[in-house]
Design a protein around this ligand. Sequence first.
Ligand code: NAI
Length: 406
Amino acid sequence: GKLVVLTCGGGNGAHCLAGLASVRPDIESRVLTMYADEAERWAANLDSGFIITVHNDDGSIKSIKTKPSLVTKDPKKAVPGVDYIFIVVPAFAHAMYFEAIAPYIDDNTVIVGLPGQAGFEFECVNLLGDKAKRCTMVTFESLPWACRLIEFGKNVEILGFKDTLGASLLKGKECNLTKPIIETTQYILGEKPKVRHVQNYIAITLMAKSIVHPPIMYGKWSQWDGKPLSEKPLFYQGLDERQAELLSGVSDECVATAKAIEKKVPGLDMSDVIHVFDWYLNYYSDQITDKSNLMMAMRTNKAYDGLVHPMKEIEPGKYVPDFTYRYMAEDVPEGIVPMKGIAELAGVSTPYLDEVITWCQGKLNKEFLVGNKLTGKDLKDTRAPQKYGYNKLEDLFTGSFEVTPR
Ligand code: NAI
């Protein structure tokens, strides 16, 4: 029979995935979107399908006409019989979808975080309970495309494909799947990006790009005098030495954590966890004009042209930073806090992470860190391993799940 693929979500990425999967004749593509009236609005237009406008690297444009078989907000209709579930929403909305699918999910389902963001597997296992042991979780390091909706339910635009994209598998010991997962995921996504199997989910977590925004926010705004600005400052192109040092320091701590884990846990390959500077040189090689150091690489990365700090306009022409934007609201609790949690389990000290988290949690009105320990009262609002009762490094790699060899 057909491979049944469910996309959870109704935003930019969800339209792309549901649309690309629908193009394959042997895939049945369904959509579950539970936010506001998205399902009604999208379903009302479904008969005429929708368009994916693809901007190719050579400047040409291709229109793909596509049509999922079902768009609904009802998990009872969407989930039974599904082989692959892709969760394509910002991390704060993951829990809602785990809870929605839990009662209806079959054994041997593959659950994909596209992207996963730090703590995806912890949250999935927590909310799916025993069922998770009969499933496999896949985490992608990012979204495969730079994309945006032109018109909801009618037209989504793909501005660019990544060349390659890392994905990890965490397999429930009672999950019996015969079809190879990385290959099947590749088939669903299409030719690009090339899916690269990263050996384990902790490596994916430690290389997540949620490390980028919080140090820059801290570096930029911690000494701000509170006076509104007359324009929105450039986020990447305005990077200064202090901000670059903070980001580099946080990245060093993630790499050190990976190395410590590799020493302590036999058979683990953490080689995918590389410094953010090396990552930029690998991923944006053609777009960066000055590769002399991290600060210059980010300032001269064409992919970042014109991107500004998240700002609120408090009166015409007067701007203040928006600390509720996802650079903080998502990238701290579902980003650098879980990384700090893993570093703590690995026994690695993290002065840079601690400094950044301490400032960010103040702006978010939360307490995650107390001194340099993750014992704050708001840890429950994060996806740190400690929240789920993982208190030793081995806890991350033992139990009902296995890291699958490449
Ligand atoms: P998006 O901004 O389009 O997501 C919005 C969707 O999330 C909504 O349409 C709705 O379905 C859901 N949602 C929003 N608020 C909700 C709520 N309160 N409760 C439940 N559901 C809610 O997200 P997008 O652009 O598809 O990105 C998905 C993830 O990929 C994000 O984590 C983003 O940071 C990341 N990403 C996006 C890129 C892009 O080009 N769009 C590029 C790289 C990463």
